[in-house]
Design a protein around this ligand. Structure first.
Ligand SMILES: [Mg+2]
Length: 295
């Protein structure tokens, strides 16, 4: 089996990982067309979906996917194209569309490779329909996804991404073992061979479902950022996450140039550029001191 793998680069890599709902988009992606089209009130849909999970000891993401397939029956045909169309209509926070290439360019100017990754419990087929995904702004989109039968209709979950299994993708990005089925994610890598050490990982999220990722990134010296909705200005979640050491920084979810998030990201890139110069000297010294190195 051939899996796509990435290896350590000459330049440092900063991997910026994003949650999707309420991080890049102000609302849940399912609530921006699909739920309305199957004739549901948004609140009622989530209530019933969460009830299904509770009553059956079911993962909440598997429950919403079941309900999406179930409720589509007789209302619409749940194909990849239909889901991509919903994705294309999803609202985005200010500046999101231009953000990815601008930050990548800023990285280039500082000799840092910037890569963008989505890690979301939402639906991959919808995210695939967004303008950014179609413009190939993302290195990878890790999200829940559906299995489609030979007539192209959604039948079953293919991947269900919940808050704790979100973390496996950080390890994949760290080692460059990107395929979700590649068991190489458990291989041992010497610190010098790790493509994106955790200190160069940035995780941006808004809520509880991001906590395991944020905590992991924070603990290993990376950069966890909490965002809050600039329209409500409700900072209660980010305050709580900062006080419990899940995040280091919080900013409004505004992605335009010179926004606090823009400045923060650029500072992280400049820090990485400077720090990795020292790490390279250290790695070279280690190599010289130990003739057995590399093994
Ligand atoms: Mg979210």
């Amino acid at each position: 089996m051939e899996y796509e793998r990435k290896y350590k680069e000459q330049k440092p890599v900063v991997a910026v990982c994003y949650d999707f709902d309420k991080t890049l988009s102000p609302d849940d992606m399912q609530a921006q067309g699909y739920i309305q089209d199957v004739g549901y009130d948004v609140k009622k849909f989530w209530q019933e979906s969460n009830r299904l999970a509770l009553d059956n000891n079911m993962d909440t993401n598997l429950a919403y996917m079941y309900k999406m397939v179930e409720e589509a029956e007789g209302n619409l045909v749940l194909t990849k194209a239909a889901l991509a169309e919903y994705g294309a209509k999803v609202q985005l926070f200010d500046g999101v569309k231009e953000w990815f290439s601008r930050i990548r360019k800023y990285g280039e100017q500082h000799n840092v490779i910037v890569e963008h990754y989505i890690i979301s419990s939402g639906l991959k087929e919808m995210i695939d329909g967004t303008e950014m995904a179609r413009n190939k702004e993302f290195e990878r989109i890790y999200a829940s996804s559906l299995y489609f039968n030979d007539r192209g209709v959604a039948k079953w979950p293919a991947q269900a991404i919940n808050y704790t299994n979100k973390t496996q993708f950080l390890f994949r990005i760290e080692k460059g073992v990107l395929d979700p089925n590649d068991p190489g994610v458990n291989d041992y890598y010497r610190p010098e061979d790790i493509r994106v050490p955790f200190r160069n990982i940035v995780y941006i999220g808004d809520s509880d479902t991001d906590i395991p990722c944020m905590k992991l990134v924070n603990t290993y010296g990376g950069h966890s950022i909490g965002v809050f909705d600039p329209n409500t200005n409700d900072k209660s979640k980010v305050f709580k996450m900062l006080k419990s050491n899940r995040i280091k920084y919080f900013v409004p979810a505004v992605y335009t140039e010179d926004s606090p998030l823009d400045k923060l990201m650029k500072a992280i890139i400049r820090k990485t550029a400077a720090y990795e110069v020292l790490e390279n000297i250290y790695a070279a010294d280690k190599k010289e001191a130990d003739p057995e190195y590399p093994l």
